[in-house]
Design a protein around this ligand. Structure first.
Ligand SMILES: Cc1cc2nc3c(=O)[nH]c(=O)nc-3n(C[C@H](O)[C@H](O)[C@H](O)COP(=O)(O)O)c2cc1C
Length: 211
């Protein structure tokens, strides 16, 4: 039986990691479970237009690395040699299928209803990514969701056909760093920063209204 308090504690300790033990490879079984978790995510209208790439090879990881914007808000914080993620999972959204499905549902793939459907698909993709990140964390694997990517360059590097969109990629690996969270008030700046060599991630106190 899974201990829900322990699970929440593990989720609470999850931080986006950008410095990994590159040489410590993630066992295949673990990588498979991380990708497999995406299969169980809810999806708007149960559309499921995604397929996945798992990138492990040295040559391919090297090729896509420069196409990623690492920790944009902290200069010079990109992983150095030996600190790169040891794997990436890349969800691919089939644009032709998505537009076709929207058209089938709403009669056309543009306009207000289609926009709403696209928004629901984006939300669903976010949940899919969330499932993988949580599964990774439960497996002791750290991650970083990366939407700051040069999609064209990644497509070229990995020979991904034009019809696919890459909403973001997920870096995976064993952490070399332990970013810390600090609690902040509603008007304090949320910008993450380096302090004494550590990555500090401000988290706003949750605003929750109970009714
Ligand atoms: C949709 C999304 C896109 C992100 N894109 C990037 C990115 O391009 N580069 C990066 O270094 N971090 C990226 N991040 C990580 C965020 O910067 C990070 O989640 C945030 O600073 C909070 O830190 P935490 O994940 O440790 O709680 C992204 C996160 C999300 C959810």
């Amino acid at each position: 039986m899974v201990d829900p308090k322990e699970t929440l504690e593990i989720m609470g300790k999850r931080r986006s990691v950008r410095k990994f033990m590159e040489d410590e490879r993630i066992p295949l079984q673990i990588l498979k479970r991380i990708v497999n978790s995406a299969h169980y995510a809810p999806f708007s209208c149960n559309l499921q237009p995604l397929s996945f790439l798992v990138v492990q090879s040295d040559s391919k990881r090297k090729k896509i690395f420069p196409a990623i914007s690492w920790a944009r808000r902290v200069q010079g914080y990109a992983p150095k040699n030996g600190e790169h993620p040891s794997a990436y999972t890349i969800p691919l959204a089939d644009k032709v299928e998505v537009n076709g499905l929207i058209k089938k549902f709403y009669g056309r793939d543009s306009g207000k209803e289609a926009q709403k459907a696209k928004r629901s698909i984006d939300i669903s993709i976010g949940i899919v990514i969330g499932f993988m990140v949580v599964q990774a964390e439960l497996e002791g694997v750290s991650s970083c969701v990366l939407a700051g990517i040069d999609e064209r360059a990644i497509k070229e590097a990995l020979h991904i056909p034009e019809k696919f969109a890459i909403p973001s990629i997920i870096a995976l690996g064993y952490a070399r760093q332990k970013p810390k969270i600090v609690s902040i008030g509603p008007t304090e700046p949320t910008r993450y920063r380096i302090s004494s060599g550590e990555l500090i991630v401000p988290k706003r106190k949750q605003k929750v209204r109970w009714m």
